[in-house]
Design a protein around this ligand. Structure first.
Ligand SMILES: [Ca+2]
Ligand SMILES: [Ca+2]
Length: 495
């Protein structure tokens, strides 16, 4: 199967080389700015996921275009989600399912958006986390930069090496305060945005610019002024149902891991504190995004630039006794998706249709006036950009690891795990997905109809990194005097 997949990729890559740009398309190309947030769920003003979230810049952006209220990721974790929307291919097709797989090794040249669009005269510019971690091929970009973050205390950074350092949200070591003292300009997202702002001044021809914003991904160490937006005593916890997992089949409970992160949060009493830190990190991310959007607005490009804002997946903060991502429920799969397309979108509109992020590739191609390549599996949502209430049949498809899928429509979410167990939620009556009605006979037809959309192919996972290529340590960091032992847990791979 792996050999077949590789051959298909190669054929697709060859096919794209025959898609030749026309002079007409080259003449009137819009610029495209794609801003990707990391681990941002629906806690933004336009989506009202949390009543206290302060995101004035995303509010302003939403007021200029269309906000998709039911946008779903292809995969609820960084690496496969990003690999999917940047190539238009589903995880079930590529076999890229988790963070340990080196996605770029399985993405041929000219298949990812940033490289593909260059064939048609676009200049590709990238900053920050676009693919998972530092994964990118320099040859696929005209210019690409990746700054690092050093917001962590040194001993933490040593224990959790990586470009950003990691500080988990669930550790028992909860008394250590977040680092609120870093200058804003020293944080990685401020650096990425500053680089993008400089590029806006320099570009004279059509560009595809991708700005990867790392917050609200952990570590949640952001300047104090963002914490000050949310006094701890006033912070509202998510609304949850006790024993919500009681009607969830075993694979879903396994993904939720209620005895891990959520149990630790309850034991240490830091639920509010962590909700607050996540909110602060969202507001920090919003401020950086605002800097970029304001600069674009003031630039010579502002009338001819399509803006797309998206997140790579959502985040649980205790809903279903689950934290972070890696699950097939709404909180992990539903993301902000805002489009501003001059001459197409109308200010301040909302679209309730279920779409998934494989739509990015064909929609961008269509708006850019370039052919949609064979390898892009998604459906263009251009009709919804022009008319958000347009009829829409194609549901959204999300895959977590091999052969676990969620099919989402305006009305339903149908989850089927690899072992055949199921969940079904009525999205209108039960948006928090508390009541699994999959076992009720009256919904047999609903399930059958939705099951038609389950991917027919569930590719074997591609190989994970060889040990030599995977330097991230597990539990054997050297212990120094005064340093706590490495408490690395499975959560640590959830970046
Ligand atoms: Ca992520
Ligand atoms: Ca339940």
């Amino acid at each position: 199967m792996r050999l077949i997949c590789t051959c298909v990729w190669i054929l697709l890559a060859i096919a794209t080389t025959f898609l030749v740009p026309t002079d007409a398309a080259a003449a009137a190309k819009p610029n495209i700015l794609l801003v990707i947030a990391d681990d941002l769920n629906d806690w933004i003003g336009p989506m009202k996921g949390h009543p206290q979230a302060k995101t004035p810049n995303l509010d302003k952006l939403a007021a200029r275009g269309v906000t998709f209220m039911n946008a779903q990721v292809s995969a609820p974790i960084c690496n496969p989600s990003r690999a999917s929307f940047m190539t238009g291919r589903r995880p079930s097709t590529t076999g890229i399912y988790n963070n340990q797989q080196p996605a770029m090794a399985h993405i041929p040249r000219a298949v990812a958006l940033n490289d593909y669009l260059r064939k048609f005269g676009y200049t590709s510019l990238g900053a920050g986390k676009i693919y998972h971690y530092r994964q990118f091929r320099k040859e696929d970009w005209d210019q690409v930069v990746f700054h690092t973050d050093d917001t962590l205390p040194k001993h933490e950074a040593k224990r959790r090496p990586g470009p950003f350092g990691y500080r988990m949200f669930t550790e028992d070591k909860t008394t250590e305060p977040f680092n609120e003292q870093r200058a804003e300009s020293e944080l990685v997202d401020a650096k990425s945005v500053s680089w993008c702002i400089d590029q806006l001044k320099e570009q004279d021809s059509a560009f595809f610019m991708v700005c990867g914003i790392h917050r609200p991904h952990t570590p949640w160490d952001v300047p104090k002024k963002y914490f000050d937006l949310y006094p701890l005593e006033d912070v509202q916890l998510p609304t949850v149902l006790t024993n919500d997992l009681a009607d969830v089949p075993t694979p879903g409970v396994t993904f939720a891991r209620p005895k891990a992160a959520h149990a630790a949060v309850l034991r240490t009493g830091v639920w509010k504190d962590r909700v607050r830190a996540y909110l602060a990190s969202i507001s920090y991310a919003d401020a950086q995004i605002g800097r970029l959007l304001d600069a674009l607005q003031k630039s010579k490009h502002h009338e001819n630039t399509i803006i797309i804002f998206v997140s790579d997946h959502g985040w649980h903060l205790g809903e279903k006794e689950h934290w972070a991502k890696q699950a097939l429920w709404r909180q992990a799969t539903r993301v902000p998706l805002i489009w501003v397309v001059p001459g197409v979108t109308k200010p301040g509109t909302k679209c309730e249709r279920a779409v998934d992020l494989t739509s990015l590739f064909p929609t961008i191609c269509e708006l850019a006036g370039v052919p949609v390549p064979e390898h892009a599996e998604g459906v263009s949502i251009k009709p919804l950009l022009a008319k958000p209430s347009a009829k829409w049949k194609q549901p959204a498809i999300t895959t977590h690891l091999r052969n676990n899928h969620a099919i989402t429509t305006d009305e339903w979410r149908y989850i089927r795990y690899a072992d055949g167990t199921e969940e079904l939620y009525d999205q209108k009556k039960d948006p928090r997905e508390w009541n699994n009605v999959a076992a009720e006979p009256k919904y047999a037809k609903v399930k059958k109809d939705l099951a038609q959309y389950l991917p027919k192919v569930n590719a074997e996972p591609v190989a994970e990194k060889a040990p030599a290529e995977a330097p991230r340590p597990k539990a054997k960091a050297k212990k120094k005097a005064g340093e706590k032992p490495n408490e690395t847990k499975p959560d640590d791979d959830q970046d």
